[in-house]
Design a binder for this molecule. Structure first.
Ligand code: ATP
Ligand code: MG
Length: 309
């Protein structure tokens, strides 16, 4: 039995009543399963439908059509059972400003019927670098600390399935590493993890399998290593101060002075470099690197699939 199963999920948001804004089809026939113990990445640009899918999974919103189950429990008809198996870290920071961190965690524990949970709460606080904030009021915390509390809240009832919607947005480097170490440990101990992130190097490092959404449609579903093989194998990277010839600029990913060009082989690389030389330009700090998940992501998103929707 899959840990999570999405079957033909569609989600329409209605337009405004006076029809000044049309409705949105946020999810269009999305189907995939996540197996127990997987560390699964759900990727896509802003507005692709990731949070919509997670909201349906968490029972916060209803699918227009389709079925979602968590370890066999339907998220609509068997809501309480499905919800108890899930720990969800939402993208939006929502919290009650009147409680201390420990109170918030105890209340969440109680909500799931877990009593005498202070040992686990202490372990969560320590693992998330929150031990010295246990008695602080929620409103006294910085944004990154609030996000850590949201992670602790999601894990307080030891859910089988952990769902993280951009858990590292606004979180500093040190905590990000601590957080991933902790989540990876829970995953090794058997928890299933579903993660969305815009940090593609995190997804590449952590996720064994990845789905990509674009305008509500699935445009990729494969193991991370399969995805990496589908990309152009190499990337030519250099710095340049002048404008590139158009033929090259059209293919390039340009960030300030840094230019990156996908290349399948040595001939393609030589072709780029000679075109630059012939244009009388000088490329500095030239290097060739292996394509990474960000390159694959950009290639998949640039394809025409879904563009006509
Ligand atoms: N409550 C809502 N009412 C109407 N439209 C919505 C609502 N929530 C989301 N949408 C629309 O649905 C689409 C998908 O949004 P969603 O939040 O699922 O994207 P996302 O992939 O999570 O993006 P991001 O990376 O920015 O978090 C967008 O076009 C968005 O404007
Ligand atoms: Mg989102």
């Amino acid at each position: 039995m899959p840990a999570i199963s999405f079957h033909s999920v569609c989600k329409n948001y209605p337009g405004t009543r006076n029809r000044s804004a049309p409705g949105v089809r946020a999810l269009d026939d999305v189907s995939f399963d996540i197996q127990p113990g997987e560390f699964f990445g759900l990727l896509g640009p802003n507005g692709a439908g990731k949070t919509s899918l997670i909201s349906i999974l968490a029972g916060l919103s209803r699918a227009t059509s389709g079925t979602v189950t968590v370890h066999g429990s339907n998220v609509v008809s068997d809501y309480a059972a499905a919800r108890r198996k899930l720990g969800v870290v939402p993208q939006e920071l929502v919290f009650d400003p009147f409680f201390t961190v420990r109170e918030a965690l105890r209340i969440q524990s109680g909500y799931f019927g877990v009593r005498n949970n202070d040992d686990w709460i202490d372990e969560l606080l320590a693992s998330l670098g929150l031990s010295d904030k246990a008695s602080a009021n929620m409103r006294q915390l910085s944004g990154g600390m609030k996000r850590r509390v949201l992670v602790a809240q999601a894990l307080v009832h030891k859910p089988q399935v952990i769902v993280l919607d951009e858990p590292t947005a606004g979180v500093d480097v040190e905590l990000r590493q601590a957080l991933w170490q902790f989540i990876a440990r829970l995953n090794k101990q058997g928890s299933t993890v579903l993660l969305t992130t815009h940090y593609l190097e995190e997804a590449e490092a952590l996720c064994s399998r990845i789905a990509m959404l674009k305008q509500g449609r699935m445009v990729a579903l494969a193991t991370t290593s399969e995805l990496l093989k589908t990309a152009s194998s190499n990337v030519l990277r250099f710095k340049i101060d002048s404008e590139l010839p158009k033929a090259i600029a059209d293919k390039a990913r340009i960030t300030g002075r840094i230019v990156q060009l996908p290349a399948h082989n040595a001939i393609e690389i030589e072709h780029y470099l000679s075109a630059i030389r012939e244009a009388g330009l000088v490329a500095e700090d030239v290097e060739i690197r292996k394509a990474d998940l960000e390159d694959v992501f950009l290639e998949v998103m640039a394809e025409k699939i879904g563009a006509s929707a």
